[in-house]
Write a protein that binds this ligand. Structure first.
Ligand code: SF4
Length: 320
């Protein structure tokens, strides 16, 4: 018989660091465009796998010495190679028991981008459906959303990425995480170079009696900074495009406008496209990479959680 324990044991042996399972009832309040059953109507369980982002992948960006390792190992093939392998192996494991295992590609999980295409017929939702990976991880009991909206786990704080499997197998769900990891220290707000995290406006969602609350975010400012167009977080724009001096605090681009802006300018700012070269031969020109390195929302956060003993410490503090 296929059980919760068997799936978790197999997924961890296949490379996942974290695995949690939610029943579909925990998504009852999700709108159809974010609901797993819009993709797979027979979904009974939602399995979330996580792989840690290694702390060392942030070091080069933190020291302003080496930018590609976070992008490659914390964002791209380095981490998703392992996560995708673990997810694929686990799907095969589930299907060997006669249940279907549907994956949810991460590219579809950018609700800020809006639908990628109009619906193919009037009775369908536009492709692709965006299941929130963070809310799925919350529903699967893996931790909570921090004030920054980055997902926090007791094992790694804000350092992990997720994959989702939908299955028609009825599995024992993991309990919702009832502890508190986010200390509301507000370092994410203060240290975000984009000023993208609101200090007082919040959004909340309730799952099985637990409220998950996080700050309202300005995704346009976040994306412009993430891709290195904020001089406070990137030394490259001022060197390669000295005439471009965006005051990020005054920008009101949407996430999609900032995303398109990044792609348009990446060819002109050599280092911004250079950091992503390790990802794929095909993508060797004009692709923006992560220059900011999540300075407030991830780096400041895990430094804080380590120093306050919420997550395990390392021998060397991240920020001395
Ligand atoms: S830095 Fe982390 S712990 Fe502090 S408020 Fe932000 S999310 Fe919470």
């Amino acid at each position: 018989m296929l059980t919760n324990e068997k799936i978790k044991d197999f997924a961890k042996k296949s490379g996942a660091d974290l695995v949690g399972i939610a029943n579909i009832e925990r998504f009852d309040k999700a709108p159809p465009e974010l609901h797993p059953r819009t993709i797979f109507p027979e979904t009974r369980s939602v399995i979330v796998l996580g792989c840690r982002i290694l702390r060392g992948s942030f070091r080069g960006v933190k020291e302003w010495t080496e930018w590609s390792s976070y992008w490659i190992f914390g964002y791209g093939a380095g981490i998703y190679g392992v996560l995708d392998e673990a997810t694929d192996m686990t799907r095969k494991f589930i299907e060997s028991y006669g249940y279907e295992a549907v994956d949810v590609p991460g590219i579809a999980t950018l609700p800020e981008a809006g639908p990628l295409r109009p619906p193919v017929s009037p009775d369908r939702y536009p492709p692709n459906i965006s299941i929130s990976f963070r809310l799925a991880a919350a529903a699967a009991g893996l931790g909570e959303l921090g004030y920054s909206k980055v997902f926090l786990t007791p094992e790694f704080g804000p350092r992990q990425r997720f994959a989702i499997i939908l299955t028609d197998a009825r599995l024992e769900p993991d309990p919702i995480f009832r502890g508190e990891l986010c200390t509301r220290c507000m370092r994410c707000v203060r240290e975000c170079p984009a000023g993208a995290i609101s200090k007082d406006k919040t959004i909340s969602v309730e799952i099985e009696g637990r409220i998950f609350e996080w700050a309202d975010l300005d995704y346009g400012k976040c994306k412009l900074t993430h891709w290195g167009f904020n001089r406070n977080a990137s030394p490259f724009v001022k060197k390669d495009l000295p005439g471009l001096n965006l005051d990020i605090s005054k920008q009101n681009m949407s996430w999609k406008e900032a995303y398109d802006f990044g792609w348009t300018l990446a060819n002109r700012v050599k280092y911004i496209s250079l950091v992503s070269k390790g990802i794929s031969e095909i993508e060797q020109s004009g692709r923006p990479g992560s220059i900011c390195g999540a300075r407030g929302c991830i780096q400041a956060c895990f430094d804080q959680l380590e120093k306050t003993g919420v997550i395990p410490k390392f021998y060397t503090p991240f920020i001395v």
